[in-house]
Design a binder for this molecule. Structure first.
Ligand code: ADP
Ligand code: ADP
Ligand code: MG
Length: 503
Protein backbone atom coordinates (compact mmCIF):
# COMPACT_ATOMS: atom_id res chain seq x y z
CA UNK A 1 0.00 0.00 0.00
CA UNK A 2 1.18 3.50 -0.91
CA UNK A 3 2.57 5.32 2.16
CA UNK A 4 4.56 8.09 0.52
CA UNK A 5 3.73 10.01 -2.65
CA UNK A 6 6.00 12.30 -4.65
CA UNK A 7 3.94 14.97 -6.40
CA UNK A 8 5.69 15.82 -9.68
CA UNK A 9 3.93 19.14 -10.17
CA UNK A 10 3.53 22.64 -8.75
CA UNK A 11 0.90 25.24 -7.95
CA UNK A 12 -2.71 24.60 -7.09
CA UNK A 13 -2.83 21.02 -8.37
CA UNK A 14 0.17 19.95 -6.27
CA UNK A 15 -1.53 21.36 -3.16
CA UNK A 16 -4.85 19.76 -4.09
CA UNK A 17 -3.24 16.30 -4.48
CA UNK A 18 -1.36 16.64 -1.18
CA UNK A 19 -4.59 17.49 0.61
CA UNK A 20 -6.12 14.14 -0.32
CA UNK A 21 -2.87 12.35 0.60
CA UNK A 22 -2.96 13.96 4.03
CA UNK A 23 -6.55 12.79 4.54
CA UNK A 24 -5.42 9.27 3.65
CA UNK A 25 -2.48 9.35 6.06
CA UNK A 26 -0.01 9.33 3.17
CA UNK A 27 3.22 11.33 3.46
CA UNK A 28 3.95 13.81 0.67
CA UNK A 29 7.12 14.85 -1.14
CA UNK A 30 7.30 18.06 -3.16
CA UNK A 31 9.73 18.78 -5.96
CA UNK A 32 10.32 22.39 -6.93
CA UNK A 33 12.30 24.63 -9.25
CA UNK A 34 14.41 27.51 -7.96
CA UNK A 35 11.54 29.88 -8.86
CA UNK A 36 9.16 27.96 -6.57
CA UNK A 37 11.21 27.85 -3.37
CA UNK A 38 8.48 29.80 -1.51
CA UNK A 39 5.56 28.10 -3.19
CA UNK A 40 2.72 26.77 -1.07
CA UNK A 41 3.16 23.20 -2.36
CA UNK A 42 6.71 23.25 -0.96
CA UNK A 43 5.49 24.47 2.43
CA UNK A 44 2.59 22.03 2.51
CA UNK A 45 4.58 18.88 1.78
CA UNK A 46 6.27 16.74 4.44
CA UNK A 47 9.52 16.88 2.45
CA UNK A 48 10.66 19.06 -0.46
CA UNK A 49 13.54 18.84 -2.93
CA UNK A 50 14.81 21.33 -5.49
CA UNK A 51 15.10 19.76 -8.94
CA UNK A 52 16.63 22.59 -10.98
CA UNK A 53 16.43 26.07 -12.44
CA UNK A 54 13.13 27.84 -13.21
CA UNK A 55 12.43 26.72 -16.80
CA UNK A 56 10.27 23.60 -16.62
CA UNK A 57 12.43 21.83 -19.23
CA UNK A 58 15.26 22.03 -16.67
CA UNK A 59 13.23 21.10 -13.59
CA UNK A 60 9.63 19.79 -13.63
CA UNK A 61 10.20 17.91 -16.89
CA UNK A 62 13.49 16.26 -15.85
CA UNK A 63 12.41 12.63 -15.59
CA UNK A 64 15.66 11.19 -14.21
CA UNK A 65 16.07 13.98 -11.67
CA UNK A 66 12.55 13.39 -10.36
CA UNK A 67 13.20 9.65 -10.17
CA UNK A 68 16.42 10.37 -8.22
CA UNK A 69 14.37 12.29 -5.66
CA UNK A 70 11.79 9.51 -5.52
CA UNK A 71 14.49 6.91 -4.76
CA UNK A 72 16.34 9.11 -2.26
CA UNK A 73 13.14 9.90 -0.36
CA UNK A 74 11.74 6.35 -0.53
CA UNK A 75 8.59 7.36 -2.36
CA UNK A 76 6.30 4.43 -3.21
CA UNK A 77 4.43 6.35 -5.86
CA UNK A 78 4.46 9.46 -8.07
CA UNK A 79 1.41 11.58 -8.86
CA UNK A 80 2.01 13.69 -12.00
CA UNK A 81 -0.99 16.08 -11.71
CA UNK A 82 -1.89 17.68 -15.07
CA UNK A 83 0.40 19.23 -17.68
CA UNK A 84 4.17 18.59 -17.26
CA UNK A 85 4.85 14.81 -17.26
CA UNK A 86 1.26 13.68 -16.76
CA UNK A 87 0.79 12.52 -20.35
CA UNK A 88 4.35 11.42 -20.97
CA UNK A 89 4.34 7.69 -21.77
CA UNK A 90 8.06 7.23 -21.15
CA UNK A 91 7.67 8.70 -17.67
CA UNK A 92 5.00 6.12 -16.84
CA UNK A 93 7.33 3.43 -18.20
CA UNK A 94 10.42 4.69 -16.33
CA UNK A 95 8.48 4.74 -13.04
CA UNK A 96 7.49 1.12 -13.60
CA UNK A 97 11.08 0.13 -14.37
CA UNK A 98 12.21 1.76 -11.14
CA UNK A 99 9.56 -0.08 -9.14
CA UNK A 100 7.73 3.16 -8.35
CA UNK A 101 3.95 3.26 -8.80
CA UNK A 102 2.86 5.81 -11.40
CA UNK A 103 -0.52 7.16 -10.30
CA UNK A 104 -2.01 7.12 -13.79
CA UNK A 105 -2.57 4.78 -16.70
CA UNK A 106 -0.11 2.48 -18.47
CA UNK A 107 2.46 3.59 -21.00
CA UNK A 108 0.30 1.88 -23.64
CA UNK A 109 -2.89 3.82 -22.78
CA UNK A 110 -1.01 7.14 -22.63
CA UNK A 111 0.78 6.68 -25.94
CA UNK A 112 -2.28 5.37 -27.78
CA UNK A 113 -4.51 8.21 -26.61
CA UNK A 114 -1.71 10.82 -26.73
CA UNK A 115 -1.46 10.51 -30.48
CA UNK A 116 -4.72 11.88 -31.84
CA UNK A 117 -4.58 9.90 -35.10
CA UNK A 118 -3.96 6.58 -33.32
CA UNK A 119 -6.71 7.46 -30.82
CA UNK A 120 -9.21 8.19 -33.61
CA UNK A 121 -8.48 4.82 -35.23
CA UNK A 122 -8.83 3.01 -31.94
CA UNK A 123 -12.18 4.72 -31.29
CA UNK A 124 -13.49 3.82 -34.74
CA UNK A 125 -12.72 0.16 -34.05
CA UNK A 126 -14.46 0.43 -30.68
CA UNK A 127 -17.57 1.87 -32.37
CA UNK A 128 -17.26 5.30 -30.74
CA UNK A 129 -18.37 8.11 -33.12
CA UNK A 130 -15.41 10.28 -34.20
CA UNK A 131 -15.43 13.61 -36.06
CA UNK A 132 -15.55 12.92 -39.85
CA UNK A 133 -12.10 13.42 -41.38
CA UNK A 134 -8.90 11.68 -42.44
CA UNK A 135 -7.93 8.38 -40.86
CA UNK A 136 -4.23 8.57 -41.74
CA UNK A 137 -1.78 11.47 -41.38
CA UNK A 138 -1.83 13.74 -44.45
CA UNK A 139 0.91 12.54 -46.77
CA UNK A 140 -0.70 13.26 -50.12
CA UNK A 141 -2.09 16.76 -50.67
CA UNK A 142 -4.45 15.64 -53.46
CA UNK A 143 -5.97 13.04 -51.17
CA UNK A 144 -6.45 15.78 -48.56
CA UNK A 145 -8.27 17.96 -51.09
CA UNK A 146 -10.51 15.01 -52.00
CA UNK A 147 -11.40 14.35 -48.36
CA UNK A 148 -12.28 18.00 -47.86
CA UNK A 149 -14.52 17.88 -50.95
CA UNK A 150 -16.35 14.96 -49.35
CA UNK A 151 -16.81 16.39 -45.86
CA UNK A 152 -17.08 20.05 -46.91
CA UNK A 153 -15.55 23.24 -45.52
CA UNK A 154 -14.89 24.48 -42.89
CA UNK A 155 -12.39 21.97 -41.54
CA UNK A 156 -9.79 21.86 -38.78
CA UNK A 157 -6.20 20.88 -39.54
CA UNK A 158 -4.91 19.32 -36.34
CA UNK A 159 -1.52 18.14 -35.14
CA UNK A 160 -1.64 14.53 -34.05
CA UNK A 161 0.62 15.38 -31.11
CA UNK A 162 -1.15 18.66 -30.25
CA UNK A 163 -2.52 19.65 -26.86
CA UNK A 164 -3.37 22.57 -24.61
CA UNK A 165 -5.29 24.28 -27.44
CA UNK A 166 -2.17 24.42 -29.62
CA UNK A 167 -1.53 22.97 -33.07
CA UNK A 168 -4.97 23.59 -34.61
CA UNK A 169 -6.01 25.60 -37.68
CA UNK A 170 -9.48 26.43 -38.88
CA UNK A 171 -9.79 26.49 -42.68
CA UNK A 172 -12.81 28.19 -44.25
CA UNK A 173 -11.77 28.85 -47.87
CA UNK A 174 -10.54 26.46 -50.59
CA UNK A 175 -7.51 28.62 -51.38
CA UNK A 176 -6.36 28.38 -47.77
CA UNK A 177 -6.32 24.57 -47.63
CA UNK A 178 -2.82 23.82 -48.95
CA UNK A 179 -1.03 26.74 -47.26
CA UNK A 180 -2.73 25.75 -43.97
CA UNK A 181 -1.67 22.12 -44.25
CA UNK A 182 1.93 23.13 -44.97
CA UNK A 183 1.93 25.72 -42.18
CA UNK A 184 0.37 23.30 -39.70
CA UNK A 185 2.97 20.65 -40.52
CA UNK A 186 5.98 22.89 -39.95
CA UNK A 187 4.38 24.35 -36.82
CA UNK A 188 3.67 20.87 -35.44
CA UNK A 189 7.23 19.79 -36.23
CA UNK A 190 8.76 22.64 -34.24
CA UNK A 191 6.21 22.63 -31.38
CA UNK A 192 5.80 18.87 -30.85
CA UNK A 193 8.71 17.34 -32.80
CA UNK A 194 6.20 15.47 -34.95
CA UNK A 195 4.77 16.81 -38.20
CA UNK A 196 1.76 14.47 -38.43
CA UNK A 197 -1.39 16.43 -39.10
CA UNK A 198 -4.90 15.33 -40.05
CA UNK A 199 -8.20 16.83 -41.16
CA UNK A 200 -11.37 16.97 -39.11
CA UNK A 201 -14.72 18.45 -40.09
CA UNK A 202 -15.34 21.68 -38.23
CA UNK A 203 -18.48 21.19 -36.17
CA UNK A 204 -20.57 24.37 -36.43
CA UNK A 205 -21.86 25.92 -33.23
CA UNK A 206 -19.72 23.48 -31.24
CA UNK A 207 -20.11 22.54 -27.60
CA UNK A 208 -17.20 20.98 -25.75
CA UNK A 209 -18.67 18.37 -23.42
CA UNK A 210 -16.43 15.84 -21.68
CA UNK A 211 -17.04 12.78 -19.54
CA UNK A 212 -15.06 11.84 -16.45
CA UNK A 213 -14.27 8.15 -16.19
CA UNK A 214 -12.71 5.92 -13.53
CA UNK A 215 -11.44 2.42 -14.25
CA UNK A 216 -9.74 -0.07 -11.95
CA UNK A 217 -7.19 -2.79 -12.73
CA UNK A 218 -9.90 -5.49 -12.55
CA UNK A 219 -11.84 -4.48 -15.65
CA UNK A 220 -14.44 -2.31 -13.90
CA UNK A 221 -15.13 1.11 -15.37
CA UNK A 222 -17.72 3.82 -14.72
CA UNK A 223 -18.35 7.35 -15.91
CA UNK A 224 -19.02 10.23 -13.50
CA UNK A 225 -21.12 12.23 -15.95
CA UNK A 226 -20.18 15.28 -17.95
CA UNK A 227 -18.60 18.71 -17.71
CA UNK A 228 -19.69 21.50 -20.04
CA UNK A 229 -16.49 23.34 -21.08
CA UNK A 230 -17.63 25.54 -23.96
CA UNK A 231 -16.57 28.83 -22.39
CA UNK A 232 -13.15 28.95 -24.04
CA UNK A 233 -10.64 31.50 -25.21
CA UNK A 234 -8.24 30.31 -27.89
CA UNK A 235 -9.43 26.73 -27.42
CA UNK A 236 -8.61 26.89 -23.71
CA UNK A 237 -11.26 26.52 -21.05
CA UNK A 238 -12.14 29.46 -18.79
CA UNK A 239 -15.40 28.42 -17.07
CA UNK A 240 -16.83 24.92 -16.66
CA UNK A 241 -20.13 23.67 -15.29
CA UNK A 242 -21.96 20.44 -14.62
CA UNK A 243 -24.58 19.26 -15.52
CA UNK A 244 -24.39 20.65 -19.05
CA UNK A 245 -27.41 22.85 -19.86
CA UNK A 246 -27.41 21.31 -23.37
CA UNK A 247 -27.73 17.57 -22.74
CA UNK A 248 -30.88 15.54 -22.31
CA UNK A 249 -30.87 12.54 -19.96
CA UNK A 250 -31.03 10.15 -22.91
CA UNK A 251 -28.02 11.66 -24.72
CA UNK A 252 -26.13 11.91 -21.43
CA UNK A 253 -26.58 8.18 -20.80
CA UNK A 254 -25.51 7.32 -24.35
CA UNK A 255 -22.40 9.49 -24.26
CA UNK A 256 -21.49 8.07 -20.85
CA UNK A 257 -21.61 4.55 -22.26
CA UNK A 258 -19.37 5.54 -25.18
CA UNK A 259 -16.93 7.18 -22.73
CA UNK A 260 -16.65 3.92 -20.79
CA UNK A 261 -16.23 1.96 -24.05
CA UNK A 262 -13.48 4.37 -25.15
CA UNK A 263 -11.55 3.81 -21.93
CA UNK A 264 -11.98 0.05 -22.08
CA UNK A 265 -10.68 0.00 -25.67
CA UNK A 266 -7.21 0.84 -24.32
CA UNK A 267 -7.47 -1.23 -21.10
CA UNK A 268 -7.48 2.04 -19.22
CA UNK A 269 -6.96 2.22 -15.47
CA UNK A 270 -7.15 5.32 -13.31
CA UNK A 271 -8.99 8.60 -13.86
CA UNK A 272 -9.41 9.95 -17.37
CA UNK A 273 -11.54 12.23 -19.49
CA UNK A 274 -13.19 11.61 -22.83
CA UNK A 275 -13.75 14.89 -24.64
CA UNK A 276 -16.61 15.17 -27.15
CA UNK A 277 -17.56 17.90 -29.55
CA UNK A 278 -21.34 18.29 -29.74
CA UNK A 279 -23.40 20.22 -32.30
CA UNK A 280 -26.60 22.16 -31.59
CA UNK A 281 -28.39 19.13 -33.07
CA UNK A 282 -26.97 17.06 -30.17
CA UNK A 283 -24.87 14.94 -32.55
CA UNK A 284 -21.68 14.13 -30.69
CA UNK A 285 -18.21 13.01 -31.69
CA UNK A 286 -15.12 11.82 -29.83
CA UNK A 287 -12.49 14.59 -29.78
CA UNK A 288 -9.66 13.17 -27.65
CA UNK A 289 -8.92 11.50 -24.35
CA UNK A 290 -6.95 13.20 -21.60
CA UNK A 291 -5.20 10.42 -19.69
CA UNK A 292 -4.86 12.30 -16.40
CA UNK A 293 -6.65 14.36 -13.78
CA UNK A 294 -8.25 17.37 -15.45
CA UNK A 295 -8.01 20.99 -14.27
CA UNK A 296 -11.80 21.16 -13.93
CA UNK A 297 -12.19 17.88 -11.99
CA UNK A 298 -13.59 19.58 -8.81
CA UNK A 299 -17.02 20.31 -10.30
CA UNK A 300 -17.48 16.57 -10.85
CA UNK A 301 -16.25 15.83 -7.32
CA UNK A 302 -18.88 18.16 -5.90
CA UNK A 303 -21.85 17.02 -7.95
CA UNK A 304 -21.11 13.28 -7.84
CA UNK A 305 -19.63 13.25 -4.32
CA UNK A 306 -16.34 11.49 -5.12
CA UNK A 307 -12.75 12.51 -4.30
CA UNK A 308 -11.07 11.75 -7.62
CA UNK A 309 -7.53 11.90 -6.24
CA UNK A 310 -8.35 9.35 -3.54
CA UNK A 311 -9.88 7.10 -6.18
CA UNK A 312 -6.74 7.46 -8.32
CA UNK A 313 -4.60 6.38 -5.37
CA UNK A 314 -6.91 3.48 -4.50
CA UNK A 315 -6.84 2.27 -8.10
CA UNK A 316 -3.03 2.55 -8.16
CA UNK A 317 -3.04 0.40 -5.01
CA UNK A 318 -4.91 -2.26 -6.97
CA UNK A 319 -8.24 -1.82 -5.18
CA UNK A 320 -11.56 -2.38 -6.89
CA UNK A 321 -13.86 0.57 -7.62
CA UNK A 322 -16.12 1.03 -4.57
CA UNK A 323 -19.20 1.81 -6.70
CA UNK A 324 -21.08 0.64 -9.77
CA UNK A 325 -22.56 2.87 -12.46
CA UNK A 326 -26.04 2.70 -10.93
CA UNK A 327 -24.70 3.96 -7.58
CA UNK A 328 -23.60 7.26 -9.13
CA UNK A 329 -25.82 10.27 -9.71
CA UNK A 330 -25.56 14.01 -10.20
CA UNK A 331 -26.84 16.15 -7.32
CA UNK A 332 -27.26 19.90 -7.76
CA UNK A 333 -25.14 22.12 -9.96
CA UNK A 334 -21.46 23.18 -9.86
CA UNK A 335 -19.57 25.92 -11.69
CA UNK A 336 -15.81 26.52 -11.83
CA UNK A 337 -14.00 29.73 -12.79
CA UNK A 338 -10.29 29.61 -13.61
CA UNK A 339 -8.59 32.60 -12.00
CA UNK A 340 -5.64 33.84 -14.07
CA UNK A 341 -3.02 36.46 -13.27
CA UNK A 342 -3.52 38.26 -16.55
CA UNK A 343 -4.45 41.63 -17.98
CA UNK A 344 -7.76 41.16 -19.77
CA UNK A 345 -7.45 44.64 -21.28
CA UNK A 346 -3.99 43.96 -22.75
CA UNK A 347 -5.05 40.97 -24.82
CA UNK A 348 -5.01 38.71 -21.73
CA UNK A 349 -1.27 39.09 -21.30
CA UNK A 350 0.07 37.20 -18.27
CA UNK A 351 0.54 39.48 -15.27
CA UNK A 352 2.99 37.79 -12.90
CA UNK A 353 4.35 39.63 -9.86
CA UNK A 354 4.05 39.94 -6.09
CA UNK A 355 0.63 39.44 -4.51
CA UNK A 356 0.09 42.33 -2.10
CA UNK A 357 -3.31 41.54 -0.72
CA UNK A 358 -5.60 38.57 -1.15
CA UNK A 359 -9.05 37.93 0.33
CA UNK A 360 -10.37 34.57 -0.76
CA UNK A 361 -14.09 33.89 -0.98
CA UNK A 362 -15.61 31.65 1.67
CA UNK A 363 -19.06 30.65 2.83
CA UNK A 364 -21.68 28.05 2.00
CA UNK A 365 -21.06 26.09 -1.18
CA UNK A 366 -17.69 27.63 -2.03
CA UNK A 367 -14.42 25.77 -2.73
CA UNK A 368 -11.20 27.55 -3.53
CA UNK A 369 -8.23 25.56 -4.90
CA UNK A 370 -5.26 27.89 -5.02
CA UNK A 371 -1.64 28.30 -4.01
CA UNK A 372 -0.83 32.00 -3.73
CA UNK A 373 -0.71 33.97 -0.50
CA UNK A 374 0.08 37.55 0.53
CA UNK A 375 3.68 38.38 -0.34
CA UNK A 376 4.04 35.47 -2.77
CA UNK A 377 5.77 36.26 -6.06
CA UNK A 378 3.95 34.56 -8.95
CA UNK A 379 6.74 33.27 -11.20
CA UNK A 380 6.82 34.23 -14.88
CA UNK A 381 7.89 30.77 -15.98
CA UNK A 382 4.65 28.83 -15.70
CA UNK A 383 0.98 28.87 -16.57
CA UNK A 384 -0.61 32.08 -15.19
CA UNK A 385 -3.55 30.21 -13.62
CA UNK A 386 -3.41 30.96 -9.89
CA UNK A 387 -6.53 29.30 -8.59
CA UNK A 388 -9.89 27.78 -9.28
CA UNK A 389 -13.08 28.97 -7.70
CA UNK A 390 -15.79 26.32 -7.50
CA UNK A 391 -19.34 26.78 -6.25
CA UNK A 392 -22.14 24.33 -5.73
CA UNK A 393 -25.87 24.86 -5.18
CA UNK A 394 -29.10 22.92 -5.60
CA UNK A 395 -29.99 24.61 -8.89
CA UNK A 396 -28.09 26.29 -11.74
CA UNK A 397 -29.73 29.64 -10.92
CA UNK A 398 -28.56 29.50 -7.33
CA UNK A 399 -25.07 28.35 -8.36
CA UNK A 400 -24.85 31.34 -10.70
CA UNK A 401 -25.83 33.77 -7.93
CA UNK A 402 -23.37 32.08 -5.61
CA UNK A 403 -20.54 32.39 -8.14
CA UNK A 404 -21.31 36.11 -8.56
CA UNK A 405 -21.25 36.50 -4.78
CA UNK A 406 -17.96 34.59 -4.47
CA UNK A 407 -16.32 36.60 -7.26
CA UNK A 408 -17.48 39.76 -5.51
CA UNK A 409 -15.70 38.61 -2.33
CA UNK A 410 -12.51 37.65 -4.18
CA UNK A 411 -9.98 40.52 -3.98
CA UNK A 412 -6.37 40.41 -5.14
CA UNK A 413 -3.99 43.34 -5.45
CA UNK A 414 -0.44 43.46 -6.72
CA UNK A 415 -1.17 41.52 -9.89
CA UNK A 416 -3.93 41.92 -12.47
CA UNK A 417 -6.48 39.13 -12.62
CA UNK A 418 -9.45 38.09 -14.74
CA UNK A 419 -11.85 38.16 -11.75
CA UNK A 420 -13.88 41.05 -13.10
CA UNK A 421 -13.97 39.46 -16.56
CA UNK A 422 -15.36 36.28 -14.97
CA UNK A 423 -18.03 38.22 -13.14
CA UNK A 424 -19.07 39.72 -16.49
CA UNK A 425 -19.37 36.18 -17.92
CA UNK A 426 -21.76 35.37 -15.08
CA UNK A 427 -23.89 38.35 -16.15
CA UNK A 428 -23.84 37.75 -19.92
CA UNK A 429 -27.37 36.83 -21.13
CA UNK A 430 -26.11 33.85 -23.23
CA UNK A 431 -24.37 32.36 -20.20
CA UNK A 432 -27.26 33.10 -17.86
CA UNK A 433 -29.69 31.35 -20.23
CA UNK A 434 -27.30 28.39 -20.64
CA UNK A 435 -27.49 28.77 -24.43
CA UNK A 436 -23.85 29.14 -25.41
CA UNK A 437 -21.20 27.35 -27.46
CA UNK A 438 -17.42 27.65 -27.89
CA UNK A 439 -17.88 31.00 -29.67
CA UNK A 440 -19.34 32.53 -26.51
CA UNK A 441 -16.32 34.67 -25.56
CA UNK A 442 -15.61 36.03 -29.04
CA UNK A 443 -19.34 36.67 -29.65
CA UNK A 444 -19.68 38.61 -26.39
CA UNK A 445 -16.22 40.16 -26.16
CA UNK A 446 -17.37 43.76 -26.31
CA UNK A 447 -19.74 43.32 -23.38
CA UNK A 448 -17.20 41.20 -21.47
CA UNK A 449 -14.46 43.81 -21.75
CA UNK A 450 -16.64 46.83 -21.00
CA UNK A 451 -16.48 48.27 -17.53
CA UNK A 452 -18.93 51.10 -17.88
CA UNK A 453 -21.46 49.72 -15.43
CA UNK A 454 -21.57 50.36 -11.70
CA UNK A 455 -19.94 47.07 -10.77
CA UNK A 456 -16.90 47.96 -12.85
CA UNK A 457 -16.55 51.23 -11.02
CA UNK A 458 -16.96 49.49 -7.68
CA UNK A 459 -14.28 47.02 -8.60
CA UNK A 460 -11.72 49.69 -9.47
CA UNK A 461 -12.53 51.83 -6.44
CA UNK A 462 -12.43 48.85 -4.13
CA UNK A 463 -9.00 47.86 -5.44
CA UNK A 464 -7.69 51.36 -4.82
CA UNK A 465 -9.19 51.30 -1.32
CA UNK A 466 -7.56 47.91 -0.63
CA UNK A 467 -4.22 49.15 -1.83
CA UNK A 468 -4.33 52.25 0.38
CA UNK A 469 -5.42 50.11 3.32
CA UNK A 470 -2.60 47.65 2.74
CA UNK A 471 0.01 50.40 2.91
CA UNK A 472 -1.46 52.07 5.97
CA UNK A 473 -1.54 48.72 7.78
CA UNK A 474 2.04 48.01 6.75
CA UNK A 475 3.06 51.32 8.19
CA UNK A 476 1.26 50.70 11.47
CA UNK A 477 3.07 47.33 11.78
CA UNK A 478 -0.12 45.84 13.14
CA UNK A 479 -1.78 43.82 10.41
CA UNK A 480 -3.97 41.86 12.81
CA UNK A 481 -7.16 40.21 11.68
CA UNK A 482 -9.23 42.21 14.14
CA UNK A 483 -7.81 45.44 12.83
CA UNK A 484 -8.46 44.39 9.28
CA UNK A 485 -12.05 43.51 10.07
CA UNK A 486 -12.73 46.73 11.97
CA UNK A 487 -11.20 48.72 9.18
CA UNK A 488 -12.55 47.04 6.10
CA UNK A 489 -12.09 49.11 2.97
CA UNK A 490 -14.83 47.08 1.27
CA UNK A 491 -17.32 48.04 3.94
CA UNK A 492 -16.10 51.63 3.94
CA UNK A 493 -16.46 51.82 0.24
CA UNK A 494 -20.03 50.54 0.34
CA UNK A 495 -20.89 53.10 2.99
CA UNK A 496 -19.24 55.95 1.18
CA UNK A 497 -21.06 54.93 -1.93
CA UNK A 498 -24.34 55.05 -0.06
CA UNK A 499 -23.51 58.47 1.30
CA UNK A 500 -22.41 60.16 -1.88
CA UNK A 501 -24.55 58.10 -4.19
CA UNK A 502 -21.81 57.01 -6.61
CA UNK A 503 -23.96 55.21 -9.16
P1 ADP B 1 -7.56 20.83 -19.22
O1 ADP B 1 -7.29 22.28 -19.03
O2 ADP B 1 -8.89 20.55 -19.75
O3 ADP B 1 -7.23 20.00 -18.05
P2 ADP B 1 -5.55 21.13 -21.22
O4 ADP B 1 -5.44 20.35 -22.48
O5 ADP B 1 -5.89 22.57 -21.33
O6 ADP B 1 -6.62 20.35 -20.38
O7 ADP B 1 -4.18 20.95 -20.43
C1 ADP B 1 -3.95 21.20 -19.03
C2 ADP B 1 -2.57 21.71 -18.82
O8 ADP B 1 -1.61 20.92 -19.50
C3 ADP B 1 -2.42 23.12 -19.34
O9 ADP B 1 -1.61 23.83 -18.44
C4 ADP B 1 -1.75 22.93 -20.68
O10 ADP B 1 -1.01 24.07 -21.04
C5 ADP B 1 -0.89 21.71 -20.43
N1 ADP B 1 -0.72 20.88 -21.64
C6 ADP B 1 -1.61 20.05 -22.18
N2 ADP B 1 -1.12 19.42 -23.25
C7 ADP B 1 0.14 19.88 -23.41
C8 ADP B 1 1.19 19.61 -24.35
N3 ADP B 1 1.06 18.74 -25.35
N4 ADP B 1 2.35 20.26 -24.20
C9 ADP B 1 2.50 21.14 -23.20
N5 ADP B 1 1.57 21.42 -22.28
C10 ADP B 1 0.40 20.81 -22.38
P1 ADP C 1 -6.42 19.99 -27.26
O1 ADP C 1 -5.64 18.72 -27.26
O2 ADP C 1 -5.57 21.15 -27.58
O3 ADP C 1 -7.25 20.13 -26.04
P2 ADP C 1 -8.89 19.34 -28.69
O4 ADP C 1 -8.96 18.43 -29.86
O5 ADP C 1 -9.39 18.82 -27.40
O6 ADP C 1 -7.40 19.87 -28.54
O7 ADP C 1 -9.68 20.68 -29.07
C1 ADP C 1 -9.67 21.82 -28.24
C2 ADP C 1 -10.83 22.74 -28.59
O8 ADP C 1 -10.81 23.13 -29.98
C3 ADP C 1 -12.19 22.10 -28.42
O9 ADP C 1 -12.64 22.17 -27.09
C4 ADP C 1 -13.05 22.93 -29.37
O10 ADP C 1 -13.38 24.16 -28.80
C5 ADP C 1 -12.12 23.17 -30.53
N1 ADP C 1 -12.27 22.12 -31.56
C6 ADP C 1 -11.46 21.07 -31.74
N2 ADP C 1 -11.86 20.30 -32.76
C7 ADP C 1 -12.98 20.86 -33.26
C8 ADP C 1 -13.88 20.54 -34.35
N3 ADP C 1 -13.69 19.48 -35.12
N4 ADP C 1 -14.93 21.35 -34.56
C9 ADP C 1 -15.13 22.45 -33.80
N5 ADP C 1 -14.33 22.81 -32.77
C10 ADP C 1 -13.25 22.04 -32.50
MG1 MG D 1 -8.70 18.86 -25.42
Amino acid sequence: MIKKVLVANRGEIAVRIMRSCREMGIRTIAVFSEADRNSLHVRYADEAYCVGPPPSAESYLKIEKILDVARASNADAIHPGYGFLSENASFSKRCKEEGIIFIGPSEYAISTMGDKITARKKMMTAGVPVVPGTVEPIADENLALETIKEIGLPVMIKASAGGGGKGMRLVKRTEDILPSIRGAKSEAKSAFGNDSVYIEKYIESPHHIEFQILADKHGNAVHLFERECSVQRRHQKVVEETPSPLLTDAIRAEMGQYAVAAAQAVNYDGAGTIEFIVGDDLKYYFLEMNTRLQVEHPITERVVGVDLVKEQINIANGLKLPFKQEDLKQTGHAIECRIYAEDTKQNFMPSPGRVKHISEPLGLGVRHDGYVYEGFEIPIYYDPMISKLIVWAKTREEALMRMKRALFEYKITGVKTNIYFLSKIMRTPDFVSGKYNTHFIEDNLQFLLSEDDCDGLCQDMALIAAFVDYHSRKEAHKPTLARRLSHSPWKDFGRRRGMFGVD
